[in-house]
Design a protein around this ligand. Sequence first.
Ligand code: F0G
Length: 460
Amino acid sequence: MAFTRKPWAEPYKIKVVEPLKMTTREHREVKIKESGYNTFLLRSEDVYIDLLTDSGTNAMSDYQWAGMMLGDEAYAGSKNFYFLEENVQKYYNYKYVVPTHQGRGAEHLISQALIKKGDYVPGNMYFTTTRQHQELAGGTFVDVIIDEAHNPSVELPFKGNVDLNKFQALIDKVGAEKIPYITVGATVNMAGGQPVSMANIKDVHDLAHKYNIRVILDATRVTENAYFIQQREEGYKDKSIEAILREFCSYTDGATVSGKKDVYTNIGGFVAINDPDVFDELRNMVVVYEGLHTYGGLAGRDMEAMARGIEEMVKQENIEFRVKQVQYLGDLLIEAGIPIVQPVGGHAVFLDARKFYEHLPQTQYPAQALAADLYIESGVRSMERGIVSAGRNKETGEENKPRLELVRLTIPRRVYTQSHLDVVAYSVIELYKHREKATGLKMVYEPAYLRFFQARFERL
Ligand code: F0G
């Protein structure tokens, strides 16, 4: 074989394997119907390649597993907590740390600590659990991401940026005293894993601080963001991921983190903050909702795995492989003419279900149908990120109708090889060939909160 490019490979070798189960199409047809055409309701043993999420599905390293044996399971003052605290301070550059069971635990605490009823919380596109906690605390989320983020085919290096005019317009409209903070997600999950530039976070910081508004970073995938800055932003190509990360976080006042992504763990999260008074409030609240402030709902071993994962996430070879592996799948699909969100983001390839199933109106849940069909076709599990995920307007009860109607093929870290991704690409391409046969869905069960997790559907 003649190489068309210099080959590259996983920056690790495999020590433990987990067998995969292949199933028949007939089996999968039964299983997805039983699951109400919702991939969240499938049993994982009925899935072949699982691209539902990159959350908590990572393979830990031998260094992390060895750390698990050093779990200090004391109720109070576990040494693993102090190591985690030290690494958060060192790598993310915040002063105070409160561990939580996962990201949404951190979102709950920060929302309750900072939002009053009637407040507004701007953000660069919503994330499901983040917005839910803001609303439960009495706030109203306002999207201030740049317009281009809502268009799957506009190619921009930093498609996750905050639109400063939108942010300023909100301040002018409701008054700065009604805006406790702005949430900046980096990268932006719902926009396709799109990054925020260093210049933009700096501008957001300056504008927010002019009005005494805090900047709270959703740092769940901020290492992927740092890699994009290194690759795409003027002046950063010779800077380390570590340095970029510290600088990026320095323009924010605190962060919520789901450790289940960048940090390569299966569970865990934390909230970090620089203001001692807010820290005091978070530390008081964590005892009520999660656990003592030195474990926050986690075992000592989980905190150790997070602390060690933080050291691994900033290593150039790890983050570079991570992002390039996602790009590899994206390139295979782009070459085959499959409509996907471009540019390809940091954690997933997003199929554009509006274009893929052009004949299905959004009210028939095209992305939900596409995720179900891909599972039937191949046993590959993906996730809807469209109208079902967007939920309902909290005032009017109407369904939110997002412009992006997507199916997410999310790549767990260090779990699948390039051959698995070849199989995924092949399956999507096969499905695309007979896309006109697809039928829509109707929702027959709708939960009150975060409906996408448990909603059920039937074929139209
Ligand atoms: N913020 C972002 C950007 C996320 O992607 C997630 C989780 C959270 C916060 C919440 O963290 O799950 O630990 O409570 N995203 C997962 C996903 C569920 O599949 O994208 P969590």
